[in-house]
Design a protein around this ligand. Sequence first.
Ligand code: AMP
Length: 310
Amino acid sequence: MTDTALLDAARPAAPANDVPARTPGVARTRAELDAALAMLPGPVGVVMTMGALHDGHAELMRAARRECASLVATIFVNPLQFGANEDLGTYPRTFESDLAICAEAGVDVLFHPGEAEMYPHGRPSTIVTAGPLGDDLEGASRPGHFDGVLTVVLKLLHLTGPQIAYFGEKDYQQLTLIRQMVIDLDLDVRIAPVPTVREPDGLARSSRNRYLSDLERAGALAISRALRAGVNAGPRGGAAVLAAAEATLAAEPGLVVDYVALRDPELGPAPDTGETRLLVAAKAGTTRLIDNLPVLLGIARETARETARN
Ligand code: AMP
């Protein structure tokens, strides 16, 4: 379920694409990738992932398939974006089922390099710096994370040369920083955002959900509940949105909340009225989960003023 269909839990999954399922060509080296790319008609779309694919990733691929003549996916668990105490070593690796999902979604070429292929000289001495937003929200708990993300995204954009790159709104801060990088560094690619895909009960799909025990998963549902409570409080203004979300999270003893934040769509300070983004990060057991939704602020008051004027 995507956020655009949040209330339509019973909606059947969209057909993957018109293309019959066919195993993608797998490239493990730059040379193999170059050879495969040379055969592809444009426009080329790319979907970058760390594997352990689920329907959220497949939704990005379906979006790309609808718009692009060719679809390249990448699977690379990027060590640069993991902190010392994070789950790099245990991050799920499920290549065979990933390949099946790529085939179903119509991926033409899957780039699946090893670490030595991506970083042949070890940790690169030149990296992309994410700037102040990179130290905020997720970045406050994960120092250097977004520098690692932007560095690998830039490398993968160079290596795959797409016209359009698809990223999920699930990782909203990442999406925002990638858009900023494309502007700041004059990259010749369009960034296409894709709404978050959820489980029928509202939990945002994530490769890390498989770590959750039944009890932790039940607690994790408070995150999407809190976001929806925030959305519903939107007409009453920003303070009411935060209060509603925080109260929902506080009622769930199984969660340790890292942040609840209301921002403008570019993740600057939230305006008093209009479009905003509500973002939550919390831990269920040892698993860190993030989620977000768009929130429209103050429309009830605006509507009231409109009505009073007319
Ligand atoms: P990851 O493999 O977690 O690095 O994610 C790869 C891409 O899939 C990123 O652009 C994510 O934002 C996107 N993604 C992950 N989960 C979801 C989801 N539930 N809905 C939509 N996109 C997602």
